[in-house]
Write a protein of this length. Structure first.
Length: 138
């Protein structure tokens, strides 16, 4: 069943709520470790030091850090190009890149919600001509 006010189905709303909960859960589960690292002298705004410390630990920490670094790089490229391609604009891409500094595991599910809602809204017959003309210009 689709909500006539938002155009979203109940399943879409549930899925979006789950995405948001995953993002919140990611922050709650990961940031205590970031705070510990910062108390020990780490600078969260310095990704080289952050990933360097994880690589130095070796083993599982190095594996997961390398995997996350590659995922983060792919997310940045995708979100910047995707926000422009679908018509959201580069400012939205920059916002989600900034949010990814808090955590990709938080920024990614929030971007999925924003992206889906934007695409759903762009199919609204009242605004479709504006969105399509802006997408085709870019």
């Amino acid at each position: 069943m689709t909500n006539p006010m938002t155009g979203h189905s109940a399943w879409t709303n549930v899925r979006h709520a789950l995405y948001v909960l995953v993002g919140i859960g990611a922050v709650v589960l990961t940031w205590p470790y970031a705070f510990d690292w910062m108390r020990a002298g780490g600078n969260i705004l310095n990704p080289i030091a952050f990933f360097g410390d994880a690589f130095a630990a070796g083993g599982t920490a190095a594996f997961l850090s390398i995997d996350m670094l590659i995922t983060w790089a792919a997310f940045i490229v995708w979100v910047v190009t995707d926000t422009t391609r679908i018509g959201m604009g580069p400012k939205w891409g920059a916002l989600f890149v900034a949010l990814s500094y808090i955590g990709v595991s938080m920024a990614f599910p929030l971007y999925l919600v924003a992206r889906e809602r934007f695409l759903d809204r762009s199919h609204d017959p009242l605004i479709e001509p504006v969105v399509r003309s802006e997408v085709t210009r870019g």
